[in-house]
Design a protein around this ligand. Structure first.
Ligand SMILES: [Mn+2]
Length: 358
């Protein structure tokens, strides 16, 4: 239906190094970042199905568990949780030919898998391939396609599958591949409304629907899936939001006590951040979550040309212009203090650069 070269997707030549690595390898481990989301999971499931159809041995092994509302993807392809105490899991990682990291471009995003991947890579012939769309990639792979213009990693994997089809001269899309990619693109574009939702993304979505993805069913499974604890957490969180600095900053801290009192889990906090940007005056939204192990997770969202990935980078994190995050190795009390001071400074500098350039 649509020409794969349409829009800002990559051409066959640009995909060549990835395609070569995929065709040369026989056994694969596909993975994504810690605290996986629809884009990472959908992308790995789609690619796994395609590689299996090409006769490859493929496992999806992730550093953290699949959130409940994405469990249905496991019916399309098995997804296992990496157990760094299991000899079998470590062996599998050590003995595969290719590891493909999707939707992340920093090595520490692989969590507990990384030490094993780097060990095997240094010992043997393991190839590390990365396909991603975040800003500022690290140089740690053998082959990388990282294009920050893309709405999602799913958008890139879609182009990759077309390029593979062109190389092999055979059809590789199935209804299952279309469904997994639709999950990836729909979730990372905020249901087709974020700034990177280009005309190409709508064509791509139409193509996936024509190939068997069911938009109503997929939306319902992912977004109408709140558990009672998650709903209670949302209520507690909404009433705890602070709007600071003449409405420019919205700020929310979620403590372990709040998670315990509502019976909710860390991944239940993911749905909350969108509400922090729902006040029009807010330019930066910050969500801070106290983790069980004493570390602190921070997520940032912004409006307009405010590069929150720069703020996240300062603390070893990263992301996109309007959505980024990082992990502090220390307590939430300290993190909140450090962050609020830095954030005010960052916003001030941003205002100055803006007035200088205008
Ligand atoms: Mn993504």
């Amino acid at each position: 239906m649509i020409i794969p070269e349409y829009g800002r997707t990559l051409n066959a030549e640009e995909w060549s190094p990835v395609i070569d690595a995929l065709l040369e390898g026989q056994s694969f481990v596909l993975t994504t970042h810690e605290n996986s989301d629809g884009d990472g999971l959908g992308s790995e499931v789609a690619l796994a199905i395609v590689l299996r159809a090409l006769g490859k041995e493929v496992s999806i092994v992730n550093p953290t568990e699949v959130p409940p509302n994405y469990m249905f993807l496991k019916q399309l392809y098995p997804i296992t949780l990496f157990n760094n105490k299991s000899e079998e899991a470590i062996q599998e990682l050590a003995l595969c030919d290719v590891v493909v990291l999707l939707d992340a471009n920093l090595h520490d995003r692989m969590g507990s898998l990384w030490p094993h991947v780097i060990f095997s890579k240094e010992l043997g012939s393991l190839k590390l391939v990365c396909v991603d769309h975040h800003l500022e990639p690290d140089d740690f792979t053998d082959v990388m396609v990282c294009e920050s213009y893309a709405s999602s990693t799913g958008e890139l994997v879609y182009g990759l599958i077309y390029a593979l089809q062109a190389r092999l001269g055979r059809e590789l899309f199935t209804p299952e591949v279309a469904e997994a990619l639709y999950v990836a693109v729909m979730t990372d574009t905020g249901s087709f409304r974020f700034p990177k939702t280009t005309p190409y993304v709508y064509l791509l979505a139409g193509d996936l629907v024509s190939k068997g993805a069911d938009p109503a069913e997929i939306y319902d499974r992912i977004f109408n899936s709140l558990t009672t604890p998650a709903l209670k957490l949302l209520g507690a969180a909404l009433s705890a939001i602070s709007i600071l600095d003449n409405g420019e900053i919205s700020w929310l801290f979620i403590s372990q006590d709040m998670l315990k009192a509502t019976g909710s889990k860390l991944f239940d906090t993911d749905l909350i951040i969108r509400y922090l940007l729902s006040v029009p005056s807010v330019r930066i939204a910050v969500l801070i979550v106290e983790m069980q192990d004493g570390r602190t997770k921070a997520s940032f969202r912004s409006r307009g040309g405010i590069y929150v990935n720069q703020l996240a980078k300062k603390y070893g994190g990263g992301g996109h212009m309007n959505a980024a995050g990082c992990l502090f190795q220390f307590s939430s009390d300290k993190a909140q203090k450090v962050l609020l001071d830095d954030l005010r400074e960052f916003l001030k500098n941003n205002n100055e650069t803006k007035s200088l350039s205008s």
